[in-house]
Ligand binder design. Structure first.
Ligand SMILES: Nc1ncnc2c1ncn2[C@@H]1O[C@H](COP(=O)(O)OP(=O)(O)OP(=O)(O)O)[C@@H](O)[C@H]1O
Length: 244
């Protein structure tokens, strides 16, 4: 049985054409029926199944719908049509720091973020030292997050998400954040999780990373599946198409 089943997913955004600049203007225009919007389909009829332990790379050009697809799978966005069936706890690492409070310290955010991910205080107490060590934040763990660089935030987010061994991990370009050493460590940790059976969805513009880490690839273009299959085959097709 697939661990994740994406069934005929379509997602529509409403694009406002003549945006109101104030609430008053909005109300006046609404009364005059002068608010125009156009439908934009970011995803159209996307379907595929994922088996436990698969590492799925999602590729495609800018605006193809990759991040939108990850948000739909994570449950952050609701599809306009279609359904997602997922059997396992999903840890999304999408918008970095989205589960963080910038006024709280790193330590407090580990507990906050851990709780959002569904982990008990007891479990987080047990894992706390491991998370801090992995993040390499040292004494900064007691400083408020607003004093962190984006690389430090990424390290904290990655450390919380990965130490807890999720069943389904959703990652958007995270390996491009942080310095080279931390990127290498993150890659190694993801490899560990994958060999331990974690199912991963991974968006990257780096075909090198996709080739190294993924066993299957979904190639999206204009919100539709262009091709899906084994990593090498799809990456070769994608590279070939680029040079046509
Ligand atoms: N909130 C939104 N409202 C309207 N349109 C949106 C919204 N979010 C995304 N889009 C549009 O949906 C399309 C898909 O966006 P998405 O971010 O999923 O693409 P992507 O493949 O991840 O792109 P990139 O490689 O540039 O990150 C784009 O055309 C984008 O402009």
């Amino acid at each position: 049985m697939p661990i994740v089943s994406v069934k005929n997913i379509s997602l529509k955004f409403k694009m406002e054409q003549n945006r109101a600049n104030s609430l008053k203007e909005f109300c006046v225009r609404w009364l005059k029926r002068d608010l125009k919007s156009e439908d934009f389909w970011a995803l159209t009829d996307v379907s595929f199944d994922v088996e436990k332990g698969d590492v799925i790379g999602i590729i495609g050009h800018n605006g193809a719908g990759k991040s939108t697809l990850l948000k739909v799978i994570s449950g952050i966005m609701k599809p306009t049509k279609g359904t997602i069936e997922a059997y396992g706890n999903i840890v999304p690492m999408l918008e970095l720091g989205s589960g963080f409070d910038m006024e709280l310290s790193g330590r407090e955010n580990i507990y906050l973020n851990g709780a959002i991910l569904g982990y008990s205080e007891e479990f987080l107490n047990e894992k706390y030292d491991e998370i801090v060590t992995f993040s390499e934040l040292g004494n900064f763990i007691e400083a408020p997050l607003r004093t962190y660089s984006s690389g430090m935030l990424a390290r904290l987010a990655f450390s919380v998400a990965c130490i807890v061994e999720p069943e389904i991990l959703i990652v958007d370009e995270i390996l491009s954040v942080g310095d080279a050493d931390f990127q290498e460590k993150s890659r190694a940790r993801m490899m560990d999780l994958m060999t331990g059976g974690t199912t991963v969805f991974f968006v990257s513009h780096s075909l090198k990373q996709i080739r190294e880490m993924c066993n299957k690839v979904v190639w999206l273009e204009h919100g539709k599946i262009q091709a899906i299959g084994k990593t090498e085959e799809i990456c070769n097709m994608y590279e070939g198409a680029k040079h046509e």
